[in-house]
Design a protein around this ligand. Structure first.
Ligand code: SF4
Length: 214
């Protein structure tokens, strides 16, 4: 399939087109959209009705309105907000066997990598070896120049805000910055950097030119 992209300047060194090339050369499928609405239309067009879909806990998915749009269609949705009839541990297991998995990412790098840091690990493990089709819906705010700055972004932006949201007893919940804590409540127990899609899994990066999630 041929994708056409406008050559939009992202910063003085990189364009969206060059970021796209970096993801595509690693084997990721990549689409860039100006608006969340366009991104949602694209996702609805590639996920066939009747599919089962698992979701990682994601503020991006929540903010974007994707879940509401999917509820209007004939999908079998496994999202904790929708399936309160299923115990969380049972839900995590079911998600491994879904047709699709939809998540955001904690950071994307301009070099075409995807970074996620998890506490329980259910999200990263489902991404790595669960559903064979995985979509990452991400706002442009998730782009970092390189791997280290991507990890720094997660630890100093995403994780502190998630600790506030989840009411975790961690230093960053108070300071807003990572102190590489050893708290039993830390949500930073596993860092997963996807350099390529894992074997046998199609991975789609859907990037939106808007700030989404954190
Ligand atoms: S390691 Fe601890 S302090 Fe650092 S971001 Fe994670 S939870 Fe917060």
């Amino acid at each position: 399939m041929v994708y056409f992209f406008p050559c939009i300047v992202y910063n003085e060194y990189m364009t969206i087109e060059s970021i796209e090339k970096n993801f595509v050369k690693r084997g990721f499928r990549f689409q860039f959209f100006e608006t969340t609405e366009e991104a949602i239309s694209y996702i609805l067009s590639i996920v066939p009705e009747g599919s089962s879909i698992g979701f990682g806990g994601s503020m991006t998915v929540q903010e974007s309105g994707l879940l509401e749009k999917m509820q209007e269609k004939n999908y079998d949705l496994y999202h904790r907000a929708l399936r309160t009839d299923i115990e969380p541990l049972e839900m995590y297991k079911k998600m491994y066997f879904c047709d699709w998995y939809i998540s955001s990412a904690n950071a994307l790098t301009e070099q075409g990598e995807i970074i996620n840091i998890d506490g329980r690990g259910n999200r990263v493990s489902a991404i790595l070896d669960g559903p064979k089709k995985v979509i990452f819906l991400c706002g442009i705010n998730k782009i970092s120049p390189d791997t280290q700055s991507g990890i720094d972004r997660v630890r100093n932006v995403a994780s502190p805000l998630n600790c506030v949201r989840l009411q975790k007893n961690t230093p960053c919940r108070v300071t807003g910055k990572c102190s590489y804590c050893n708290s039993s409540d830390t949500i930073c127990k596993a860092t997963v950097i996807l350099h390529h899609p894992t074997t046998g899994t199609e991975m789609y990066v859907v990037l939106v030119n808007q700030s989404l999630g954190y």
